[in-house]
Design a protein around this ligand. Sequence first.
Ligand code: CA
Ligand code: CA
Ligand code: CA
Ligand code: CA
Length: 346
Amino acid sequence: MAIYDSFNNKIANPKHRKCHQGRSSLLLLLSLSFFLIGYSNRQNEISFLKLPICVEKGFRWSPAIYGNKVVREDWRNGNGDIYLYDLKTGKEVPICTEPRNQRSPAIYGDRIVWADDRNGNWDIYMFDLKVGKEMPICTEEHNQWNPAIYGDRIAWMDDRNGNWDIYMFDLKVGKEIPICTEEHNQWSPAIYGDNIVWEDWRNGNGDIYLYDLRTGKELPISREPHNQFYPAIFKDKIVWVDERNGNKDIYLYNLTEKRETQICKEPHDQWMPAIYQDYVIWMDKRDGEWKLHLFEIKNNKESQLTTGKENAWIPAIYENKIVYVEDRGDDKYVYLLILKGGGEPK
Ligand SMILES: [Ca+2]
Ligand SMILES: [Ca+2]
Ligand SMILES: [Ca+2]
Ligand SMILES: [Ca+2]
């Protein structure tokens, strides 16, 4: 607790903190973390460490995490770029600083994908850390946006047909495949294994649909008459934002059990869920500002993670590690929370 407090006081003063300084503190803390018990939220006894990834002045957004690698959109050079922070080495590496905008990164293994407008419209590009090379994935002259990646498969939303569709590129066979080209809008794809999920507006309101690459079949997950949107998927579990109760809630569908459950239906707004194994996280507005909340599916237990006046935005999760953006007005910081139980980054 004492170590956390002194650490937290230090990071609360941005004038004396730069990314590289956060780095040395991160390494120090990681080396100390065998002896740390972390921070316990008094309300619910969930324990975690909070560590800075980037607390430099400036705008950054859309953090994503895989293993020890955290990627983000960063505007330090006056336009959107992609940066990587390696939790193991404590090093920050620019991935793409091309003078036009690179935004909305996703990562799987050594592959980082993002949306890129260097050609005058939005395209999908990839950087492979293993070979140290960038390659275009889709440069079709309309807009490709919001990429998601799992293994050899990269999915995105695409407006080449005059409305938004879902497309995919398979790196293994070097081929692009249309996933859903229905004439209404399909948005916000997420992918895990053979399953791609998205938000679908064909029925006049937001629904959740799935495409199974193994069977080639499309499956509606929720067509409830209110809006369902912003899906995320891990193995056989799909979570999304649901407005059926008159405000934004979090719902889950289990593909194995073919069963829908409510994760959080608190009367304020819950938004932008992410899922990994047993953990579902989201942004929650019940306290006035957006805070991060965690739900453990097995224990049926909800905990509040962030506190304080700063909004916590756009979380992502890998194993027991959560990355998110903390709102400091014009400045947006990126933090890492390590939930107790998983230990330090490997
Ligand atoms: Ca750029
Ligand atoms: Ca394009
Ligand atoms: Ca469409
Ligand atoms: Ca609906």
